[in-house]
Design a protein around this ligand. Sequence first.
Ligand SMILES: [Zn+2]
Length: 298
Amino acid sequence: MRPPTTSVAAEATRVVGAARTMRVRSASAPPPGRSVNEDLVFRLGPMTGVLDGASVPEGFDTGCAHGTAWYVRHLAARLGLAEAVRPTATLMSNLAAAILAVRADHGGECDLDHPGTPSSTVCLLRDGGDHVDYLVLCDSPLVLDAGGRVSVVTDDRLDAGTAELRAMVAALPGDVDRVTRLRRAVDMQRARMNRTHGYWVAAADPDAAFHAVTGTLPLRGAGAVRRAVLLSDGASALVEQFGLLDWAGLLEVATAAGPGALVDRVRAAERDHPDRLRRHKAADDASVVLCEFDTGQP
Ligand SMILES: [Zn+2]
């Protein structure tokens, strides 16, 4: 049903001049030859996000009949619903509600206490009109151009633990075979998930949301946010692993050539510099969301 004309006019009058425009461009793709993308990018009204589902190494059990791609899709949908119901609640609180709702989506047939239960990083940005709210959980960083300065918001608890874990696996006796080493590494990483002194990620425990790195920044005045880039670690690898760009350079490529061009650069780097990859994977899903805010000046 159409609303009365008078209220449409009133709404239009209220909005004009009141809000900045958030322009969003994005790209997300699995490596060539792989059909399933366990990353997901989305925009729902004022909120945009990158989710990066944790890959399960072949042969490992998860206790879940659905899988990582399913988990990521449901988490995104539940985040959107939480925002629709409570648009002024904190991102932490809505993420916790979404994780809890996905627990129910599993339908009771999965073992949600299993240490390998599906999980996902979360990077969110929400336009609040005169400010933005952000949330970073696990290794999907947020690059910000605010007040003429480029900075990055990261949650490095997974990385810190991974270095320690690699040292422990390296210390295993020399006659321990490759498969056993991988199994030990995965078991050790799983034992740290969503534990104090471990790392935090969206999985089956809503408390993880309250361990995210969050903040609020202005969209007006001297320190105003002009641009933001949300990344999965497949894309941030251009800076953090390949060392081919710094964060300011990454922002410039995303702005000038577009998020798709950054993903192309990831593929070229994976091809040309496989020795620089820290992970056991030769290639990874890569996602980029670029948000640009009008300055309000003519
Ligand atoms: Zn399940």
